[in-house]
Design a protein around this ligand. Structure first.
Ligand code: SAM
Ligand code: ZN
Length: 301
């Protein structure tokens, strides 16, 4: 009887302690999030309507504010400091499938990345710098398309040649993790929820644009590449990287859900060089991450 009471008391105490720790964490995330929102700038000189590229203004709406397009009159609400330039109900095909998968998987994404780097025999820092060091923003603004939970940020933020940083992703789950991460560190990074195929930025707005992981399974790779080019300033470097066939086969071996998501009879992965417009300069394609990823690099003329 005494043992039973001891066990129940232990369980109740344990549950209480866990609840307290969770409550403390929740409160910390809330207060860091509010402090980060104060760093958010309207960026009206950089953002544009993703549907019609029209000029945006900020309007108060019930419970907050929204970006409003003066041309097509569409409203894009700001939720917890992140403007939502795509709504879940507008997503279709692979974009919808992967956005939902990443919403769910965002809890484990960082750990999964670390395990993957250990498997290929590189430190995460080495691997991420292998790509991000190729950007040449010369003190200007950088955009990461499909920023995920912000895993590349530590390798951009300390750089003297990187100015403002913007990050976009289609998955609210991934972006919420990213917001928690940047808010925790007090980093000044502007985040937008959006689709890479319809970027919510003005033409020529960035001095470096990169995408790392994702494009293989976008609905429209061509449109995404054209959009990255459109928002890059002439003379700036653009990097587009994703897993190659060897990398995709490894995912399929270790993550059965990847096979389901990509489709049982997916096409063999080739770097989409045919979608890079002929007028781009210094076009190169090469493998990174010990041969598991391809990287397409070029300069906008
Ligand atoms: C493999 S993760 C890459 C995250 C990060 N860039 C990294 O280096 O680890 C792929 C990301 O692409 C995003 N994504 C998928 N489809 C997208 C789309 N159409 N537009 C923008 N982001 C998209 C996913 O939500 C996910 O966060
Ligand atoms: Zn518009």
């Amino acid at each position: 009887m005494n043992k039973k009471i001891g066990l129940i008391t232990g369980l109740v105490l344990g549950a209480g302690l866990i609840s307290l720790a969770l409550l403390k964490r929740y409160r910390r995330i809330q207060s860091e999030g509010l402090a980060w929102q104060k760093l958010r700038r309207p960026s009206l000189d950089i953002l544009a309507c993703p549907d019609c590229r029209g000029t945006l203004i900020i309007l108060p709406i019930s419970g907050g504010e929204a970006y409003h397009c003066l041309a097509c009159q569409k409203d894009y609400p700001v939720v917890d400091g992140i403007p939502r330039f795509v709504q879940p109900q507008e997503m279709t095909g692979l974009n919808k499938r992967f956005s939902e998968m990443y919403d769910w998987f965002s809890w484990g994404y960082r750990i999964f990345s670390k395990i993957a780097f250990a498997y290929i025999g590189m430190s995460e820092e080495q691997a991420r710098r292998e790509v991000t060091d190729r950007l040449e923003p010369k003190g200007g603004r950088v955009l990461e398309v499909s920023i995920g939970p912000g895993v590349n940020l530590p390798y951009l933020l300390g750089r003297m040649d990187v100015g403002e940083i913007f990050g976009l992703d289609i998955s609210p789950g991934q972006l919420n993790r990213c917001r928690e991460y940047v808010a925790h560190h007090g980093w000044d990074v502007q985040l937008q929820l959006g689709n890479a195929e319809h970027l919510p930025y003005q033409d020529d707005a960035f001095d470096g644009v990169f995408h790392l992981g994702g494009i293989n399974f976008f609905n429209d790779k061509k449109m995404a590449i054209e959009e990255m080019i459109r928002v890059a300033r002439p003379g700036s470097r653009i990097l587009i990287c994703d897993e190659n066939e060897k990398g995709a086969q490894a995912y399929e071996r270790f993550l059965p859900s990847f096979k389901r998501m990509a489709g049982e009879s997916r096409e063999v992965i080739e770097p989409p060089m045919d979608l890079v417009p002929l007028e781009m300069q210094e076009v190169r394609v090469f493998n990174v991450w010990k041969g598991w990823m391809y990287c397409i690099e070029f300069r906008k003329p």
